[in-house]
Each structure stands twice: as C-alpha cells, then as structure tokens.
Ligand binder design. Structure first.
Ligand SMILES: CC[C@H](C)[C@H](NC(=O)[C@H](C)NC(=O)[C@@H](CCSC)NC[C@@H](N)Cc1ccccc1)C(=O)O
Length: 324
C-alpha cells in the first residue's frame, strides 16, 4: 500500500501545500519534515484568526474522537507557533489511510499562520520524539503508516514554480537520474539530521569542515553557517547583507554561482538559478542561501530539496539523494 500526493508551491515557492482528508474533510497542509505535529485550523480556532482559511470541523466527522485533556504547543525556528487540543480521526493522504491518527486542533495560531491563507495547518514528518502533545506524546502520520507501507519510506520531489509530489511507501525511479546516495541519519533530536562533508562555491574546490544538517521540507531557504554564507556571497560582487531585506541581496543582473554540498560520495549541486530566490522589486534579488542563525546545524530547506530527489527512509533511519 502507498500514496502519492501533489505538492503545490505558493508564490515564490514559499511553501508547498498538499491536500489531506481528515474525517472526510479535505484541507491543504504544509508537509514538514522539520516537525512532528499534525495540526489544523479548526472550529476551535478563534474566528478572528480563521480569516480565509479552510477549517476542520470535528463535529461534522463521524470518526473523530476527542482525547480529553490532551494539549499541544509548538514553537518554530522562525518565531511562529501554535497550540490547542487533540483528538483522533481517519487521515488520508494520496490514497494512503491511517485510522486513529492524532489530529491537533489549533485554539491559537501566531500571525504568520493567520496571514498565510493557503496554509491550513502542518503535517509533521520528522520523528515522533519531537511531537509536542501532552500528557502522552503522539505518533506522526508517517510513523503510524509505516507498518502498512510496502517500503517504509516517503520521498520528496519538490519543484520550482510547478507542482511536485510526495510519495509514501515506494520509490518512483522515473523521478530521478542515476542511483540514490544514502547517508545515515541521527534522529536523537527528532530531525532528519545527517553530516555534510564539505562544500564548493561555483566550480571552486570542495573544502570546509564537515557539519551537521537537517532536511526540512517546511523551511523555504537553504540556511547555512555564517562562514559558508560569507564565502558564497564573496563571489557575488554586489552582494550585501541587508537589514531591511532580512538577509543577503544582490543585483538581479548578477550571475549567481552554484553551490555544491558534498554528502558522502554524493555531490549535491544546487544550481545558481535556484539561489537567486526572489525579486525585492528594487532591482535587487534575495538570495536562496541565508544564515542558519548559529544554531549549530544547517537547515536544508526547499531551495536545496528542489534540486534533489530525496528519500526519507524511516525503516533504515537514512536519507537518500539523487539528482533529477
Ligand atoms: C524556536 C523553536 C525551536 C527551533 C524548536 N522547534 C523546532 O525545532 C520545530 C519543531 N521545527 C522548526 O522550527 C523548523 C526546524 C528548525 S531547526 C531548529 N522546522 C519546522 C518549520 N519549518 C515549520 C514551519 C513551517 C511553516 C511556517 C513556519 C514554521 C523548539 O521547539 O525548541
């Protein structure tokens, strides 16, 4: 058994949204391999915060069960967050159904979520030890689905400015070139965390120290150590770190170099075209590479994941990468 679901980018590839059916109601959610809570805008969300969101109404679901007294509260690296109550329901993604899946109803959401009207909640795909439900931590959709999957994996094929896909339970070899390159994952902190062995800017030599990174489908950009960020932008003459823009910008006319991350034997190339991320409207462009804020590991978000086909292998606790 498996599932295949379309991942549709918001403008500027800011997020990728996928239809999820919960108790017969379909909402578009942000699939997030950097967290482990499945939460939704619901009838429990204050009407002032519901705005133009699609909301889940547990009262209309014949399979919803309240988990009395259970609560959740999550904070994200960008300062956003949400909290609320918990129940279970039947959740279907691309034809793959999990019964009695913990569904977290938002009673409060931060402004970033209120104003992001295309995003009606998150479906966490990190490891269940990151789930925030109390008093009893809950399993993710992927953890619950694992036993019924032909292969205990999901894959991500995100694209620039066009729909991509997530597949659960199988690896579609038509979606990538060559062979998959696997790297072991350290899931002790709940992330899909692994080691990057070096990097190269443009066609320069591969160097640098090895560093830790997480694969995070719910983060837009490619967030790296400040030293690597400085090295990269030193190759773009007009680049500057702009407080008003919130990061490194450069003239849109510039030729932006590729970045290669060496992951074991695999050279993961992120083409310059993806590293010229968006236009600021004043002739400058915003870079796809930005600082990881010094939290001790890099966050390989959608800018990186658009350039690779990625296998999140829950059964073997490893990640697989291949060019597309
Ligand atoms: C400040 C909070 C820290 C980062 C930490 N939280 C986390 O690590 C959470 C689970 N994950 C996240 O904050 C990040 C990974 C940060 S690595 C430290 N991934 C999920 C994020 N992209 C979800 C999102 C999607 C769309 C809009 C906004 C946010 C904690 O709770 O301690």
């Amino acid at each position: 058994v498996g599932g295949d679901v379309t991942a549709t980018p918001e403008s500027d590839d800011n997020e990728y949204l996928c239809p999820v059916t919960i108790g017969g109601q379909t909402l578009n959610l942000d699939f997030d391999s950097g967290s482990s809570d499945l939460w939704v805008f619901s009838t429990s969300t204050p009407s002032s915060e519901q705005q133009s969101h699609t909301i889940y109404n547990p009262a209309k679901s014949s399979t919803f069960k309240e988990l009395n007294g259970f609560t959740w509260q999550i904070s994200y690296g960008d300062g956003s967050g949400a909290s609320g109550t918990v129940g279970t329901d039947t959740v279907t993604v691309g034809g793959l159904t999990v019964k009695n899946q913990a569904v977290e109803l938002a009673t409060a959401v931060s402004s970033e979520f209120v104003t992001d009207s295309a995003n009606n909640g998150l479906l966490g795909l990190a490891w269940s030890n990151l789930n925030t439900v109390e008093p009893t931590q809950q399993q993710t959709f992927f953890a619950n689905a694992g036993p019924q999957l032909q292969q205990n994996v999901f894959t991500a094929d995100l694209r620039h400015d066009q729909p991509g896909s997530y597949d659960f339970g199988f690896i579609d070899t038509s979606k990538f070139q060559g062979n998959l390159n696997y790297v072991p994952v350290d899931n002790s902190q709940g992330f899909w965390q692994f080691t990057v062995d070096g990097y190269a800017v443009g066609d320069g030599a591969t160097g640098g120290n090895s560093f830790s990174a997480i694969a995070d489908t719910g983060t837009t950009l490619l967030l790296l150590d400040d030293n690597i960020v400085s090295d990269y932008y030193s190759q773009i003459s007009s680049a500057q770190n702009s407080n008003s823009a919130g990061g490194f910008v450069f003239d849109c006319t510039e030729d932006v170099p590729d970045l290669t991350l060496q992951i074991g034997d695999y050279a993961a190339v992120v083409p310059g075209s993806l590293l010229n991320f968006s236009q600021n409207g004043d002739g400058t462009c915003f870079g796809g590479i930005q600082s990881d804020g010094g939290q001790g590991f890099a966050i390989l978000g959608d800018v990186f994941l658009k350039a690779q086909f990625t296998v999140f292998d829950q059964g073997n606790v490893q990640l697989g990468f291949a060019p597309k």
